[in-house]
Design a protein around this ligand. Structure first.
Ligand SMILES: [Ca+2]
Ligand SMILES: [Ca+2]
Length: 297
């Protein structure tokens, strides 16, 4: 009985933070395809991505959005990549919805979605007094790759300032490469969500940098706009460890390294040698590597 109750509550909780999507709001649905995506989406307001003003975007089936042209890549590279491409990647891997799963999007320029976006951004970035004037919600709903994956990217803009929310629901523990985050053409600005390329992507369902489980928020209009609330990230990473490794008596904390750059370093160890996540946080740079992750503060 306990297990059933926990499962039900768990599922409700995961999807609570999603923006409206699907048939109800009248999303435009991508063609079912392994590697294609949407046609060109004319943005209602320009979306500023680290100084560049974009008027067009594409929601690509393999879990990313591009500007100016569609992109079919199903094989993620690690951020920062220096590949000459501005890329927003909530969950970049070889998704395939030919048999099931719905990929859809909708733009808003008025109504409750703008109110919700305005409230969220002012909560996460309180000094800006931001008012959203356009929102694009892109949703991958139960899209298979091994198992089904549900996640969103929400692009929020007032024509000058711009933000991205990435919302994660159920994510299948894929044994393959996944990159989540964003990267600019020259990688002068990027963020790799901790867990990327670490073969246990259920971590996205439980992590956050804004104290909302399963949500990451980024300001992306201009450089030097670090993700907020590192303390929340640390807090939630601790709770991830507790959830993922709940068979352990308690996740234990190791501080293997301290240099003048690293303020704190954590290692969460699970039962299996493969389920070890290591995150370290540097003050001076924004860098994410294979087995550690440094978050700009
Ligand atoms: Ca694919
Ligand atoms: Ca494929």
């Amino acid at each position: 009985v306990c297990v059933l109750i926990i499962t039900v509550c768990h599922n409700i909780y995961i999807f609570n933070h999603f923006y409206p999507y699907g048939v109800g709001p009248g999303d435009t649905v991508n063609a079912q395809s392994d590697d294609d995506g949407s046609s060109a989406i004319s943005l209602l307001r320009p979306f500023v991505f680290f100084g560049k003003f974009y008027n067009t975007t594409y929601v690509n089936n393999n879990g990313h959005l591009t500007f100016d042209q569609p992109w079919s890549s199903n094989s993620p590279y690690r951020f920062p990549a220096h590949r000459g491409r501005d890329l927003i990647a909530p969950f970049w891997t070889d998704l395939d919805n030919r048999i099931s799963g719905v990929i859809s999007y909708k733009q808003y320029s008025s109504g409750s979605v703008l109110t919700q976006a305005t409230q969220n951004i002012n909560q996460y970035f309180p000094q800006l007094q931001f008012t959203a004037t356009s929102v694009l919600v892109a949703t991958w709903d139960r899209v298979p790759y091994y198992g089904e994956n549900t996640f969103q990217a929400v692009l929020i803009s007032d024509g000058q300032l711009s933000f991205i929310l990435m919302n994660y629901g159920q994510i299948f523990p894929i044994i393959s490469d996944v990159q989540a985050g964003y990267d600019t053409d020259d990688s002068s600005n990027y963020f790799s969500i901790p867990g990327s390329f670490q073969n246990n992507y259920s971590v996205f369902t439980y992590s956050s940098n804004v104290n909302v489980t399963g949500r990451w928020a980024f300001r992306v209009d201009h450089a030097h706009s670090p993700a907020p609330s590192l303390k929340h990230a640390v807090l939630l990473l601790s709770s991830i460890a507790a959830k993922i490794f709940n068979a352990e008596p308690a996740p234990f904390l190791v501080t293997p390294t301290t240099t003048h750059l690293i303020t704190s370093s954590f290692t969460f160890k699970g039962r299996a040698p493969t389920s070890c996540l290591r995150f370290s946080f540097k003050q001076s740079s924004l860098f994410c590597g294979f087995n550690d992750c440094d978050v700009y503060i």
